[in-house]
Design a protein around this ligand. Structure first.
Ligand code: SF4
Length: 288
């Protein structure tokens, strides 16, 4: 059996930098993070062990310093934070800033903003938090429920699958042929790289294992993408989730991971796959 890693996988620079910033500030004094820094239980556990608190709302922060995550937040939330006298540490990913600037420009130019993303996701709340009117779409039925506007400006949550975003933009254009529909592609480069590498991987593998948090949007998107090219796809959070029977008769096991998955978690999953294959002997496909 051979284990094949995707050409691009795992933690992106935005998440890596945000974690480093949180740890550096936690050394200097008590710190609260606004929302989940990353959607990965392993990373969250490590931050908690350093005494870093998490609050879902500015009103619940009890430390003098608050950190905004890589997902970013709205100007309104920042203003509310500063009004409480809190010091703000911003770990917003530069590529999320790009999406914010795109949305601001669309709204300023008179476009009705439509975001392709998950309505309740912290990044989408940040992208829409300064707008009085907007829509969020994720499925075909959401597009069918949209109202007509003369100008519609579409941007996306940075971790959406770009193919799906393009499909929904196309649907919006067909639904409102009279409207000026402008699309700004704000899906980030690391997400695109991981998606296309996952397709390459799934095409070659008998089994694909995707590593990442259950609530990580980009990990779930990777699972869906791989499932389009490989019938045996499994989502695990840690090595403990890997089941030996998944490897039955597999010659090539593909391995990929979401943008919030640390390297050591991926390494442990790979080691466990190898162990399981060895324990099952020739039935599991044998050594590497
Ligand atoms: S997924 Fe993309 S936008 Fe989000 S933190 Fe990583 S690089 Fe930045």
């Amino acid at each position: 059996m051979r284990i094949l890693r995707a050409a691009h996988l795992g933690m992106c620079f935005g998440v890596r930098d945000a974690i480093a910033l949180a740890l550096a500030h936690a050394e200097a004094g008590p710190l609260t993070i606004l929302g989940d820094l990353v959607h990965n239980p392993t990373v969250l556990g490590a931050l908690e062990a350093k005494g870093i608190a998490v609050a879902q709302d500015v009103a619940h922060v009890e430390t003098p310093t608050l950190m905004v995550t890589a997902h970013g937040t709205s100007e309104r939330t920042l203003a509310r934070t500063r009004a409480r006298g809190l010091t703000v540490v911003e770990a917003t990913c530069p590529l999320v800033h790009v999406a914010h600037r795109a949305v601001t420009a669309l709204a300023r130019e008179g476009y009705h903003v439509v975001i392709v993303g998950q309505r309740d996701h912290v990044e989408v709340r940040g992208l829409t938090g300064d707008l009085d009117r907007f829509d969020v779409v994720l499925e075909r039925r959401d597009v069918l429920a949209l109202e007509e506007h003369p100008r519609i400006g579409v941007a996306a949550q940075t971790t959406q699958a770009v193919e799906k975003v393009r499909y929904l933009v196309d649907l919006i254009r067909r639904r409102f042929p009279q409207s000026d529909v402008r699309f700004v592609d704000t899906v980030c480069k690391p997400t695109k790289e991981r998606q296309s590498a996952a397709v390459e991987l799934a095409r070659q593998a008998d089994v694909v294992i995707v590593v990442g948090g259950r609530s990580s949007n980009n990990t779930r998107e990777l699972v869906k993408t791989c499932a389009g090219y490989c019938a045996r796809v499994h989502h695990v959070q840690t090595d403990a989730d890997v089941r030996p029977e998944w490897l039955d008769a597999a010659q090539v096991v593909g391995l990929t991971a979401g943008t919030s998955t640390p390297d050591d978690v991926i390494d442990r999953v790979e080691a466990r796959i190898r162990l399981c294959a060895e324990a099952r002997g020739p039935k599991g496909g044998g050594g590497r």
